[in-house]
Design a protein around this ligand. Structure first.
Ligand SMILES: Nc1ncnc2c1ncn2[C@@H]1O[C@H](COP(=O)(O)OP(=O)(O)O)[C@@H](O)[C@H]1O
Ligand SMILES: [Mg+2]
Length: 268
């Protein structure tokens, strides 16, 4: 008798509607005569990583900036926990592509900077910062300066800073594009662990099909501008796998092929 009951519970759990942290509702953005986004709608489930995948210039950064509240949409809106975004807020943190670190400040000061801006006292913010410095694999570098670190390590400092302010939503704009291939792979593995361990909503921009399939719970494929979501792919089976074997998994290879087949006609 125990078996059917267990199965019923399992069924309920997997079919329950996801908890939506962020939703983009009919978002449009024009830059003068240039239509970057047109009527784009997309929901971002809490605790999951959603990738925005699309060709260069399709409006990925534009959408991220609108979600961050740094840019106003020309139409539609963004809702975070059911409330419309009207500007930047502590619930959302941007991990910038160009690191945006303070060159004159140590790693720990850089990581704690967002907390310093919020008036949190030094010992408390250094405790919090130390924890995230360890989580991103930088233990021992607390007192180093940005110029003493590799590009990959600086990127980790930026990530630790975004995590330490405890924003619910982390916005990552091609965070791995400036690092070498080995560093990038290590980062992708670490990112999977972060998504699994932190109940945060990750919105991740990439133009790499392989990267999107490797790290995402949900992949939104964007068309060339004016951009809309053309397809949503959920590599759910892969999220159960060990991070070191995903790239050899038949499901991984099939999804990569499927996405390439749908995007190739847009590549000149
Ligand atoms: N400030 C701006 N002024 C005018 N056009 C812009 C501006 N920012 C972006 N664009 C244009 O909007 C489109 C989308 O840009 P962007 O969001 O940066 O794309 P992606 O991040 O996908 O490469 C591009 O055609 C780009 O040239
Ligand atoms: Mg961009």
């Amino acid at each position: 008798m125990a078996m059917p009951q267990t199965e019923t519970v399992h069924e309920t759990a997997t079919t329950a509607a996801p908890d939506i942290a962020v939703s983009a509702r009919n978002v449009s953005k024009n830059y003068g005569p240039v239509e970057a986004l047109k009527d784009l709608s997309l929901e971002f489930p809490r605790g999951q990583l959603t990738s925005l995948l699309g060709p260069s210039g399709c409006g990925k950064t534009t959408l991220l900036k609108i979600i961050a509240g740094l840019l106003e949409p020309s139409g539609g809106d963004i809702q975070v926990d059911g409330k419309a975004v009207t500007g930047p807020g502590p619930d959302r943190a941007f991990v910038f592509q160009d690191f945006a670190l303070l060159p004159w400040a140590s790693v720990i000061r850089n990581v704690a900077f967002g907390l310093e801006l919020r008036g949190i006292n030094k010992s408390e913010r250094e405790d919090i910062a130390s924890r995230y410095i360890k989580d991103v694999g930088l233990a021992g570098f607390e007192h180093s300066f940005p110029h003493e670190l590799s590009g990959g390590m600086r990127q980790r400092v930026g990530l630790a800073r975004a995590l330490s302010v405890d924003a619910d939503v982390l916005l990552m704009d091609e965070p791995f594009s400036a690092v070498d291939e080995q560093t990038r792979r290590k980062f992708q593995e670490d990112l999977l662990a972060l998504v699994a361990n932190e109940n945060k909503t990750f919105i991740f921009v990439t133009h790499s099909i392989e990267e999107a399939v490797y790290v995402s719970d949900q992949i939104a494929i964007l068309l060339p501008r004016p951009s809309r979501v053309s397809d949503i792919i959920r590599p759910t089976g892969l999220r159960e796998k060990d991070s070191t074997s995903i790239r050899r998994d038949p499901e991984y290879l099939d999804i990569v092929d499927e996405i390439w087949a749908s995007l190739r006609s847009y590549v000149e």
